[in-house]
Design a protein around this ligand. Structure first.
Ligand code: ADP
Ligand code: MG
Length: 252
């Protein structure tokens, strides 16, 4: 059974079909990347998976259960963590608090709320929660920054902080929306190794990224979206050589 399965998923915004009849699976333990031109529907797909949008048609199942139509906090509690294309941190809060208090997506997604109410394993004292948050920071090599203000972190570390926050719910699957965007080559290399390590802890990774060196160096499989349509899917070397992909994206 696939960890995540999109069956014929479509979403329309008025006349625009942002995601068009997409069939896609994410297998447990893999690193899958989604690539495609700007406006292809990549972030929208993540918004569908995490419940920010409900599909116009089709179904999404996670661990064999239907999640399409479910509320964002339910989906998070079921085991899907995510980061956003644009950094969403509390600049004036400590790094540690940013892991503990994640109020996302127009106020409808509250990590502490989710932690306390939904996930049974975190019915813990606050101290234990902080310990867990430090462990998450450790995974992105930021534990030594725990008591600094988020705004004082260099850009690359802020992006990693978002990953730590996504890990705080002990997700089975993590969705990373352009995690390397804006990073310099060295920061990208550090991030690449971190994502590999996160996968090695048993977390399945589904990411959107434009940097082809990053994508090719990290992914087990790649899916390609163009105008909402999945035009290709395969191993990095297959995608690199696919004429339709070169035409739609790589050739540009
Ligand atoms: P990508 O992440 O691949 O660059 P997006 O998923 O952000 O693309 O957007 C796909 C298309 O859907 C774009 O044309 C975008 O303008 C449109 N879109 C996304 N969200 C909405 C929305 N809430 N309402 C209307 N159009 C939207
Ligand atoms: Mg996007």
């Amino acid at each position: 059974m696939s960890l995540l399965k999109l069956d014929n998923v479509t979403i329309r915004f008025g006349g625009l079909v942002a995601v068009d009849s997409v069939n896609l699976t994410v297998e447990k333990g893999e690193i899958l990347s989604l690539i495609g031109p700007n406006g292809a529907g990549k972030s929208t797909m993540f918004n569908l998976i995490t419940g920010i949008y409900a599909p116009t048609e089709g179904t999404i199942t996670f661990k064999g259960e239907r999640i399409s139509g479910a509320k964002t906090h339910r989906i998070a509690a079921a085991g899907i963590g995510r980061t956003f294309q644009n950094i969403r941190l509390f600049a004036e809060q400590s790094v540690l608090d940013n892991v503990l208090i994640g109020a996302h997506t127009r106020g409808s997604w509250n990590l502490t709320g989710a932690l306390m109410k939904v996930a049974p394993w975190v019915r813990k004292e606050e101290g234990e929660l902080a310990e867990w948050a430090i462990e998450c920071l450790n995974q992105v090599d930021l534990a030594h920054r725990a008591y600094e203000m988020a705004v004082n972190l260099p850009y690359g570390e802020q992006r990693r902080l978002e990953i730590a926050r996504a890990l705080a719910l002990k997700p089975d699957l993590i969705l990373l929306d352009e995690p390397a965007a804006g990073m310099n080559p060295q920061e990208k290399q550090v991030l690449l190794e971190m994502v590999k390590k996160i996968r090695a802890t048993g977390v399945t990774v589904f990411l959107v990224e434009h940097d082809m060196k990053f994508v090719m160096g990290l992914s087990d499989r790649i899916a390609v979206l163009d105008y909402g349509v999945k035009i290709a899917e395969g191993k990095p070397e297959e995608i690199r050589a696919n004429p339709q992909v070169i035409e739609a994206y790589l050739g540009k």
